[in-house]
Design a protein around this ligand. Structure first.
Ligand SMILES: C[S@@+](CC[C@H](N)C(=O)[O-])C[C@H]1O[C@@H](n2cnc3c(N)ncnc32)[C@H](O)[C@@H]1O
Length: 223
């Protein structure tokens, strides 16, 4: 835990200067470039490279997942923030498979029931107002037996670290200004929504400007 705290404190001044200088979407791109180079991109690829058929990506942001889909995936990406979605255009054009993007949010997905073979959610459940509502919508639009694949940062299962994350969540919320909570655990809500969790893989990424949150790559099946 000391290493995580030192990492955060050491990088905080430069990140705050960057935050004062850049619009939100450019700040996101800068920090995500670093995180992807530090190893997050490998986890993104492992999450989706084998997906085929109709795939929904929720909260696609600036298109950071787009390079990692294979040619057999037909991806429909939905994102509420138009500034983020605009930056996703270039990765969309360069993607191996067909990707269409639309503006919208996870609480009311504009798709028929059981329309998708899989849904992908990367770093989104931390910041939606109601993970349960979004997961309910995801279950509705994924066909029975279809897959839900997620990368999420989570509340630490270690007692002191988890306690500390609860204490600083309010400050982190004000700092990131994107509704991101650092102390959520999506697994119980994924199960409660009607998915069977079949795999969780823990990992951590140390990159300048982002906390080294405990992360999980999660695979679940729609029951
Ligand atoms: C941390 S970013 C992750 C972006 C992208 N998935 C990635 O991996 O880089 C969180 C994204 O979730 C989106 N988001 C926030 N609330 C949402 C909601 N209610 N429904 C869908 N997306 C949402 C944000 O606009 C943002 O693009």
């Amino acid at each position: 835990m000391l290493r995580e705290i030192a990492h955060f404190v050491w990088n905080a001044p430069a990140t705050l200067r960057l935050k004062a200088r850049l619009p939100q979407e450019q700040l996101y791109e800068t920090l995500m470039d670093r995180a992807d180079q530090a190893g997050l991109a490998d986890h993104r690829r492992a999450l989706v490279a084998d997906l085929a058929g109709d795939v929904l990506e929720l909260g696609s942001g600036t298109g950071r997942m787009f390079p990692h889909y294979g040619a057999d995936a037909r991806v429909t990406a939905i994102e509420p923030d138009a500034r983020f979605a605009a930056l996703a255009e270039e990765p969309r054009r360069r993607a191996a498979g067909a990707i269409t993007t639309t503006i919208g949010s996870g609480e009311a997905l504009p798709f028929d029931d059981a329309r998708f073979d899989a849904a992908v959610v990367a770093l989104v459940l931390c910041s939606v107002p109601s993970p349960a509502a979004v997961l309910g919508e995801l279950r509705r639009v994924v066909r029975p037996g279809g897959q839900l694949r997620l990368i999420e940062h989570v509340r630490s299962h270690r007692a002191v670290a988890g306690w500390l994350m609860d204490r600083v969540d309010g400050a982190w919320l004000r700092l990131n200004a994107q509704g991101c909570h650092l102390n959520r655990d999506p697994l119980p809500e994924i199960r409660a929504a009607g998915f069977e969790v079949v795999r969780t893989a823990p990992f951590q990424v140390y990159s300048a400007g982002l906390p080294a949150f405990p992360m999980r790559a999660i695979t679940a099946t729609r029951t």
